[in-house]
Design a protein around this ligand. Structure first.
Ligand SMILES: Nc1ncnc2c1ncn2[C@@H]1O[C@H](COP(=O)(O)OP(=O)(O)OP(=O)(O)O)[C@@H](O)[C@H]1O
Ligand SMILES: [Mg+2]
Length: 320
């Protein structure tokens, strides 16, 4: 049984200008110890999906359909008390900007120690020792514990967040753009930390714009477009033989993956999600679009170990 399976998830923002279905019928599963990376342009619904797994979709957003089964429980049916126990301990999340989850007015050490008091019932002295260990595990110097968040660099703050997330040994770690603001070396260090968690059995769900990061580190890649799943597959397969024109477009727009190829950005922009185009949402930008693509939503096909939602593949005999 997979650690988590998401079935037909639907998340809607009831915005003033109209409803936005930011996540629209997404299904996938994640095995224990597996690293899956979600990619897609800005606004495709990646963060909304992550927040839903934490049951932290911000208002006016609501989970309007589907299921998230984690370790045998439907997360969408749990009460507040159970959720509080799961968050941090079973499922931890690292955000793009650690300042949103660190309290600027309290020392890092106190915040880290509090985690152990709350989730493991330790007394303050034991909890402080665990906080020291946690910082060591991400190679941060001990003085970080006596610092306030603003006294640390961006990379250090992100390491603190990861140290805290790792220290409770969650079954799932979600990292939403954890390295966007950081330089490449710091970024690699953070990916190595995530990988060491994976090696100890934690499942990783990484969200990024950076396809080369996804290609270098993950077992599988999920490509989202305008709230829908475009393609999902094993990293190597998907990178070497993309089936969806959107995946191909993303790969062609990255310089170092296909070094012998011309770098070509995808033309146009993702749709305004208040008025998504009919049929396949990618069709207005798709170089391969056929007549049916603007009329009917493509089926979600399963081809070998790949999932792809594209009429081109439906014609080539994929099974819906
Ligand atoms: N609080 C909100 N109210 C209304 N609409 C929202 C809200 N938050 C997000 N949305 C809409 O939901 C869609 C998905 O947003 P989301 O932040 O999940 O995308 P994303 O893939 O994480 O983008 P990025 O790569 O920029 O982080 C977007 O169209 C966005 O406009
Ligand atoms: Mg986001």
């Amino acid at each position: 049984m997979p650690l988590m399976s998401v079935e037909n998830l639907e998340i809607t923002y009831m915005a003033l200008g109209g409803r936005i279905k930011a996540v629209d019928g997404i299904s996938f599963s994640l095995e224990q110890g597996e690293w899956m990376t979600v990619v897609g342009e800005s606004g495709s619904g990646k963060s909304t999906l992550a927040y839903a797994i934490m049951r932290l979709v911000p208002p006016p957003g609501k989970i309007t359909g589907g299921k998230i089964v984690f370790d045998g429980m439907n997360l969408l049916e749990l009460d507040k008390e159970k959720l509080r126990k799961i968050r941090g301990k079973e499922i931890a999340m690292v955000f793009q900007d650690p300042m949103t989850s660190l309290d600027p007015l309290r020392r890092v050490g106190d915040q880290a120690a509090e985690l152990f008091v709350e989730h493991e019932g330790l007394d303050m002295e034991e909890a402080k020792k665990r906080a020291e260990e946690a910082m060591r595990s991400v190679r941060l110097p001990q003085h970080v514990l006596n610092s306030y968040p603003h006294q640390l660099s961006g990379g250090q703050r992100q390491r603190v967040m990861i140290a805290m997330a790792m220290s409770l040994r969650p079954k799932l770690l979600i990292a939403d753009e954890p390295t966007t603001a950081l330089d490449v070396l710091v970024q690699e260090g953070i990916m190595e930390l995530l990988n060491s968690m994976k090696e100890e059995g934690t499942s990783i769900l990484l969200i990024t714009h950076d396809l080369s990061l996804a290609a270098n580190w993950s077992d599988r890649i999920m490509v989202m477009y305008a709230g829908r799943l475009a393609e999902l597959g094993n990293t190597e397969d998907l990178v070497e033989r993309p089936l969806h024109p959107y995946t191909k477009g993303l790969l062609d727009s990255v310089p170092d993956l296909w070094s012998d190829k011309e770098v070509k950005p995808i033309e146009g922009n993702p749709p305004d999600m208040r008025y998504p185009p009919p049929g396949c949402r990618f069709h207005p930008r798709c170089p391969m679009a056929m007549e049916i693509c603007s009329k009917k939503e493509p089926p979600i096909l399963s081809i070998d170990k790949r999932i792809v939602s594209c009429w081109l593949m439906a014609k080539e005999g994929g099974k819906a």
